[in-house]
Design a protein around this ligand. Structure first.
Ligand SMILES: Nc1ncnc2c1ncn2[C@@H]1O[C@H](COP(=O)(O)OP(=O)(O)OP(=O)(O)O)[C@@H](O)[C@H]1O
Ligand code: SF4
Ligand SMILES: [Mg+2]
Length: 341
């Protein structure tokens, strides 16, 4: 069995405020394997970014932040490392392409200089060689005039160009793992597709694993090998992409697929999920999805017991007390939806 590049085990992240505790991530576990693309999907506020930022220790560490669990990478627990040792890994072995590129690009420095600094931090070289490498990377991510754009400031870049620059910075040091957090949300559809191509190409060049965080199941279908579905800080379903799309075994995953066109006949699954995600300072008891769940039908165990993430078959796992009931129903309804599209 292949060893994972990264193994997250029982990760919990809480933020204490003066009168509440926000349970942003609750006992999350998953692995990332060499060379694969793992999609992490879930509605806004489900804990996708906090999961990744916490293992990279990019959340501001203070008394208000409580993190527990493990994030194994190269035999080391990232959560137990000193910040100094972690900095050596971050930006070299693990690259983050953040949700908002302006959080990482400094407006007062030229993009090329920032790129060279990122390379120099781990692999020092002469000014000339750093520039050559920087221009090559801007070329790799598809900037039309890389030599010129090397000397421009972030404000001279469009949103799509900044996102490309972030990817260039991310892959500059041949990382083993790239974490891309909603790399295309702010961009229009054509540019989105281009950025995804760039990311795929960069991943191929460096043979890295990619964790792709997104709301967009379409993007997951296109890019990912495996999926982790998150809801209210929990992993509710995980498996390979083909299985999750053809045989989802969690009502929330089915609900996410509800953006598929409505079917005739019995439509009860294929409509948008009713209600909104919970306030993470007051996560519902039992299964956190129960107030919105159409499968629960008010059954008591859903309100009292948190379902474990149990095996459905092979590596497919679902956290639902009644996942067996979805075996036929989900398959039928999805097949109907496919006929209509
Ligand atoms: N510094 C913080 N203090 C308190 N709560 C926080 C903090 N950062 C995040 N949260 C809360 O943690 C929860 C998870 O947030 P997170 O940013 O991980 O969601 P997400 O899944 O990435 O959402 P989106 O798709 O909108 O990016 C949210 O309820 C958010 O309000
Ligand atoms: S455990 Fe109950 S509430 Fe939770 S997803 Fe399954 S049926 Fe719905
Ligand atoms: Mg996020």
């Amino acid at each position: 069995m292949t060893e994972p590049v990264m193994s997250i085990q029982d990760l919990s992240v809480r933020f204490r405020t003066h009168d509440s505790v926000v349970r942003a991530v609750d006992k999350v576990s998953f692995d990332v394997y060499p060379g694969e693309t793992l999609g992490v999907v879930g509605e806004s506020g489900s804990g996708k970014s906090v999961t990744m930022l916490s293992i990279l220790r990019l959340l501001q560490e203070s008394k208000r932040l409580e993190t527990s669990g493990h994030a194994w990478f190269d035999g080391q627990d990232l959560l137990a490392l000193r910040q100094k040792d972690l900095r050596a890994i971050r930006g070299r072995d693990i690259a983050l392409v953040p949700q908002d590129p302006m959080t990482c690009l400094d407006p007062v420095f030229k993009v090329g200089n920032q790129l060279s600094e990122a390379i120099k931090a781990h692999f020092p070289g002469s000014r000339g060689s750093l520039r050559r490498k920087g221009v090559e990377l801007l070329d790799l991510v598809g900037l039309p005039q890389p030599d010129r754009q090397y000397d421009q400031y972030p404000h001279e870049y469009s949103g799509g160009m900044r996102q490309r620059a972030m990817i260039a910075m991310g892959v500059a040091n041949d990382p083993k793992l790239i974490i891309a957090d909603e790399p295309t949300t702010a961009l229009d559809v054509t540019i989105q597709a281009q950025i995804m191509d760039v990311l795929r190409e960069a991943q191929r060049e460096s043979n890295a694993s990619l964790v792709l965080i997104t709301h967009d199941l379409g993007l997951i279908a296109e890019m990912a090998d495996r999926v982790v579905v998150m809801y209210a800080g929990h992993v509710v379903e995980t498996g390979d992409v083909a299985t999750i799309f053809a045989h989802p075994r969690h009502p929330y995953t089915l609900g996410l697929m509800g953006s598929l066109p409505q079917t005739g006949g019995d439509e009860k699954w294929l409509r948008p999920i009713p209600g909104s995600p919970p306030n993470l300072a007051a996560v519902p008891s039992g299964c956190p999805f129960h107030p919105r769940c159409l499968l629960s039908k008010g059954r008591e165990i859903c309100r009292t017991d948190l379902p474990a993430l149990d095996t459905v078959e092979g590596s497919h796992r679902s956290a639902c007390h009644f996942k067996e009931e979805l075996a036929d129903e989900a398959a039928q309804l999805l097949a109907q939806a496919e006929q209509i599209t």
